[in-house]
Design a binder for this molecule. Structure first.
Ligand code: IPE
Ligand code: IPE
Ligand code: MG
Ligand code: MG
Ligand code: MG
Length: 293
């Protein structure tokens, strides 16, 4: 089955599980409504899909990995609500609808993001995620590191600091790995933590996830430049307007794409053992390189 079909099928199943989880835990307050609005509004659910694919390889239990992918999607939703705020990327639209601060108000959007962040750790720390507390602490510790001053938030901070400044490739790649790569790294490797795989195996899937995230962000920048609001559900051309320092405006479109292909080829060549064993690893990277929304 082609990856796009797998992604769409997975999204239908995941959205149902995810909505049930939110409904079971949240209430009818404005804050809860904003949390649901910011997380149930039509994302691709690509990170949960990657968790499900890694879980197949790791042989992780569905009842466990669905909680991990929900925790990840909750974090992703918080990061987008905050990313769209006027003091950050100032985006009025997300996934074809008003962004959370436009639908509600700015303070509610900030708080909904905060509360989603906390809710994610509530999900992970529950016994339902894993009966062994060591596994749960390992996941919580790793997610916390992936998100904070050494992860996603550090990347978001650099993204803003780099606006309207000339920068070199190394710095931009580092910023991409932090703001986007960290959560992809966690997504792809978490099923191997759930199933207590050896360190070297976890390390490989971390590196795989990080590369996937890097390519995902470069292609996101490309999509920002070249696609319509109807297709992407967010304001196109926003990066240029905002003075974002992207790899595309540094290298040009063709060289940025070439860079992605070279990174992927080198990674596959250096990790042939895994790519020979699991064809899906190759297919997912090809999907990532070729995606258009
Ligand atoms: C957008 O992520 C933000 C980036 C890290 C590039 P997605 O493209 O996964 O957004 P949704 O969840 O599908 O809307
Ligand atoms: C978002 O990157 C990265 C995170 C939210 C961590 P972008 O700012 O490029 O994402 P979009 O384009 O607004 O979705
Ligand atoms: Mg941003
Ligand atoms: Mg943005
Ligand atoms: Mg973008």
């Amino acid at each position: 089955m082609i990856i796009n079909t797998l992604i769409n099928n997975h999204k239908t199943q995941f959205d149902k599980y995810f909505f049930d989880l939110l409904k079971a835990n949240l209430n009818s307050s404005i804050l809860s409504k904003a949390m649901i609005y910011g997380s149930m509004n039509g994302g691709k659910r690509i990170r949960p899909f990657l968790v499900s694919q890694a879980a197949k390889i790791a042989k992780a239990k569905k009842s466990q990995y669905l909680r991990v992918s929900s925790a990840i999607e909750i974090i992703h939703s918080y990061s987008l609500i905050h990313d769209d705020l006027p003091s950050m990327d100032n985006d009025d639209f997300r996934r074809g609808k008003l962004s959370t601060h436009k639908k509600f108000d700015e303070a509610t959007a900030i708080l909904a993001g905060d509360a989603l962040h906390d809710f994610s750790f509530q999900i992970l720390s529950s016994r339902l995620t894993h009966t062994n507390p060591e596994r749960r602490i390992q996941l919580i510790n790793y997610l916390a590191k992936s998100l904070g001053h050494l992860g996603l938030v550090a990347g978001q901070s650099l993204d803003l600091l780099y606006e309207n400044k000339r920068n070199n490739i190394k710095k931009i790649i580092n910023m991409y790995k932090l703001k986007t790569g960290s959560l992809f790294e966690f997504s792809f490797s978490s099923p191997f933590i759930l199933t207590n795989h050896p360190k070297e195996i976890i390390k490989f899937y971390q590196r795989y996830g990080l590369l996937f995230g890097l390519i995902f962000q470069i292609i996101d920048d490309l999509i920002d430049e070249s696609k319509s609001f109807k297709l992407i559900g967010k304001t196109p051309g926003k990066d240029k307007k905002q003075g974002k320092n992207t790899l595309i405006n540094l290298l040009g479109k063709n060289n940025a794409i070439k860079f992605c292909h070279e990174e992927v080829s080198a990674f596959i060549m250096n990790n042939n053992y895994f790519f020979k064993k699991y064809k899906i690893l190759n297919d997912l990277l090809i999907y990532c390189l070729n995606r258009t929304k």
